[in-house]
Design a protein around this ligand. Structure first.
Ligand code: F6P
Length: 361
């Protein structure tokens, strides 16, 4: 064991379910297992700009109640303001990384655990290298698109929320003989759409990894009808483009956020078939929900292993889940290996095997 006595933890990037469970696991292992102190940094790296840094001591007693069960992150997070190119009021950018590193130094920490997706981990690693910070990271993202780990914290809950939505859309779809279109998150990866679509009995699943035609979508809805069913369920991932290849973005959010493809698909179905369609956009419900058992378990496994890595003096590593084991990999490798839906993987072939239309046949 090293002489580490005081470690920091922060959540960075978009929140998700299971982050509070990670912090509980880290605190339990560090305090009860090693007798260390744990310091929570508020609002991701933003807490390190403040003077004194905006932090809170984390105690085992802080986690005795409902935090294990609560979605989001009680520490707060941020997914804006790259410290290496921080936006200034005049439109220029400034490298504010030295301020963050100074904030970290003021805390007298021996190591830092960063919970984040690929973007946050890339920033944290750069800071760690520049500032000599002993960094270990824990993967979290509902999108589940990080390489070298089969799952990231938050993903299972997002899939559950989307599956629950399909469970609740089916009876109303059947009551009104409608085609229900459910738009789910996932940024550029279709994992949530594909997995929830399979779990929730979707007829059609559209993901960014597989180009589609409206002809194939319409054909499937007609075939469902021909087989005597009066409704259909369609799941579409937010990053799916229009049939002619244009990205669909919400208006009024600067560079634009995904959103709106569900409406487009529903209109196309309605125009082609005259079918009555309705759209549900799940949005951030997928992030704030109570974490599933699976997410709490992964959060616990990852949190304990991250602290053990620090105890062993093994830094610049991301904890990961692979082949029923917790492992750790170099952060640089994890963030370099983007994980889209594998076109020849088991979920795509399962969907096809079930007769689900993926838009390409
Ligand atoms: O990366 C996680 C994610 O929830 C994506 O699935 C989604 O596109 C994006 O973040 C939404 O970001 P924001 O919370 O900034 O709207």
């Amino acid at each position: 064991m090293t002489a580490t006595k005081r470690i920091g933890i922060l959540t960075s990037g978009g929140d998700c379910a299971g982050l509070n469970a990670v912090m509980r696991a880290v605190t339990h292992r560090a305090v009860l297992g090693y007798g260390w102190e744990v310091v929570g940094i508020r609002n991701g790296t933003e807490g390190l700009y403040a003077r004194p840094p905006d932090v809170v001591d984390l105690l085992v007693s802080d986690f005795s109640g409902e935090l294990l069960r609560r979605g989001g992150t009680f520490l707060g997070s941020t997914n804006k303001g790259d410290p290496f190119a921080f936006p200034q009021p005049d439109g220029s950018t400034k490298d504010r990384s030295p301020e963050l590193i100074e904030g970290y130094r003021q805390l007298g920490l021996d190591a830092l655990i960063g919970i984040g997706g690929d973007g946050s981990q890339a920033i944290l690693r750069r800071l760690a290298q520049q500032g000599g910070i002993n960094l270990v990271t824990i993967p979290k993202t509902i999108d589940n698109d990080l390489g070298h780990t089969e799952v990231s914290v938050g993903y299972a809950t997002a899939v559950k929320v989307a599956t629950d939505a399909l469970d609740q859309l089916q009876p109303t779809a059947a009551s009104h003989s409608r085609v229900m279109v459910l738009e789910v998150m996932g940024r550029d990866a279709g994992h949530i759409a594909l997995n929830a679509g399979i779990a929730g009995g979707a007829d059609i699943i559209l993901i960014p990894e597989i180009p589609y035609t409206m002809e194939a979508v319409a054909k499937k809805i007609e075939s469902v009808k021909k087989h005597g069913r009066n409704f259909a369920l369609v799941v579409v991932a937010e990053a799916v483009k229009t049939e002619t290849g244009e990205a669909v973005r919400q208006q009024g959010f600067g560079d634009g956020k995904y959103g709106g493809i569900g409406q487009y698909i529903a209109e196309q179905i309605s125009q082609r078939l005259g079918a009555e369609t309705r759209v549900t956009v799940l949005g951030h419900l997928q992030r704030g929900a109570m974490p599933t058992a699976r997410d709490r378990i992964m959060a616990s496994v990852f949190g304990v292993h991250a602290v053990d890595l620090i105890a062993a003096g093994r830094f610049d590593r991301m904890v990961a889940w692979s082949g029923r084991h917790v492992i750790d990999v170099p952060i640089s490798e994890a963030i370099a290996a983007y994980r889209a839906v594998e076109l020849d993987g088991p979920m795509v072939s399962t969907a096809r095997g079930l007769g689900i239309c993926l838009g390409d046949d």
